[in-house]
Write a protein that binds this ligand. Structure first.
Ligand SMILES: *Cc1c(COP(=O)(O)O)cnc(C)c1O
Length: 426
């Protein structure tokens, strides 16, 4: 019989660490990763037949729930017409039109096959457009695995970045300058130290990769002003927050307009997708119109476009985000009440369908505070919840994901499970 352990043992013989994306290996929480057999609505079932209420949502895309009939029908219809053409398809225009309609400054879109590619291509575009080499990123923000973005702060606040992964050349990493999120002064200092050399500032406007962190009032507007003043482009990486914290992404909530936006996850409805969007004057620097090269065999793939369009149909329905936000708020309030009852340093919060839970008495405002969590405690909480049939992202530095398929009963069951888990931790 197939079990999670037997499948993990098998996988480790042929896949590096048994997985195809590092964080799936459960290294941060220990134990055996669950091998998922199928998923429907708010649930996933592992190969042992155990059911989980799913708050991973494939790390964000499954905002309408798994295997939604409307999405499956669109994918089936598209699949019957061919899996990939390598030539234009009208669904690419349709999905781009929807994105342009939601983001007023987005006049042109380029689809890619992943968020990594979108962020990587946005950087190249910003560098090509400004004819500058340096970029600014924030400690704790994640933009996929492009070399220039796998960089952490060097020693000393104004030092050049150093690789956060082996295999990234120092010569490249030194073009990445690392600032602190919610600390405008750290960005000002970099602009002052590197005049005329910074091509762009790339930021998750509402970070979900150092758990959920909210921008402090004025922070993103301050970045906007600094970029404008110094002739650098502001790139909002909304691969996670886009179409999730609100239909128009974090930029709609904070009312700050970036030059370029990166999208992914939700816009593919569970199929591999990424996108860059921005004004024609910048976007048309890209090939075939401009000198910045960008291409992809499966970019704008018809199945991915169909899944994305069908997902957009669902989340653009009147009331979708109100219901999503209300359901997620109920969950967060229940978790906070459970923590108070148990007397445990634990809290949760959300924006739209993006949520964070923290082994902290109050929600964090910085990466340093996120890192101050008691990791051992999170591990115990994580496995207690998993045993209860609640699947959370397996790391204390990740946000969690609510979907339109989660019912009040699912929320109540999750709160009851958390109440028991937190009591066991007290
Ligand atoms: C997931 C993510 C990416 C990378 O997207 P992939 O599709 O995994 O390559 C980039 N930026 C942010 C903010 C993300 O959350």
């Amino acid at each position: 019989m197939s079990t999670n352990s037997s499948e993990f043992e098998r996988a480790r013989k042929v896949l590096v660490g048994g997985v195809n994306s590092a964080v799936r290996a459960f290294r941060a929480v220990g134990g055996t990763p669950r091998f998922i057999d199928r998923a429907e609505g708010a649930y996933m079932w592992d190969v042992e037949g155990k059911r989980y209420i799913d708050y991973l949502g494939s790390w964000g895309p499954m905002i309408a729930g798994h295997s939604h009939p409307h999405v499956l029908a669109a994918v089936e219809r598209a699949a019957r017409r061919g899996l990939s053409f390598g030539a234009p398809n009208v669904m690419e225009s349709e999905l781009a039109e929807r994105i342009c309609a939601l983001f007023p400054q987005v006049e042109r879109v380029r689809f890619t096959s992943s968020g990594t590619e979108a962020a990587m291509s946005a950087l190249r575009l910003a560098r090509g457009f400004t004819r500058r080499d340096s970029i600014v990123k924030f400690e704790g923000c994640y933009h996929g695995t492009a070399d220039s973005l796998l960089v952490k702060a060097g020693s000393g606040a104004l030092a050049f970045g150093t690789p956060s992964s082996a295999g990234v050349p120092d010569d490249l990493a030194r073009h990445t300058l690392v600032a602190q999120y919610n600390d405008l002064a750290s960005v000002e200092a970099l602009f002052a130290a590197h005049p005329g050399r910074i091509a762009c500032v790339i930021v998750e406007p509402m970070p979900g990769n150092m758990n959920l962190i909210l921008p402090e009032p004025g922070f993103l507007a301050g970045l906007r002003a600094l970029c404008t003043k110094h002739g650098a482009l502001l790139i909002f990486d909304e691969v996670m927050s886009g179409f999730r914290v609100a239909l128009g992404g974090a930029q709609q909530l904070v009312d700050v307009v970036p030059d370029l936006s990166a999208f992914g996850k939700v816009i593919g409805g569970g199929m591999p997708v990424g996108a860059i969007g921005g004004p024609a004057a910048i976007m048309e620097m890209m090939a075939p119109l401009g000198p910045v090269y960008q291409a992809g065999t499966l970019s704008g793939n018809p199945i991915a476009m169909a899944a994305g369009l069908a997902t957009m149909d669902l989340i653009a329905e009147p009331g979708f985000f109100e219901r999503l936000g209300a359901g997620c708020a109920r969950l967060v309030e229940g978790l906070n009440a459970a923590a108070r009852e148990a007397g445990v340093a634990f809290c949760a919060r959300h924006r739209g369908g993006l949520a964070g839970l923290y082994m902290l008495a109050t929600p964090p405002a910085s990466f340093a505070q996120v890192q101050a969590q008691d990791v051992e405690r999170f591990r115990r909480f994580y496995h207690l919840m998993l045993d209860e049939g609640v699947y959370l992202p397996p790391s204390p530095v990740e946000a969690f994901f609510f979907s339109g398929a989660h019912t009040d009963a699912d929320v109540d069951a999750t709160i009851a499970a958390a109440r028991r888990a937190l009591r066991a931790l007290a």
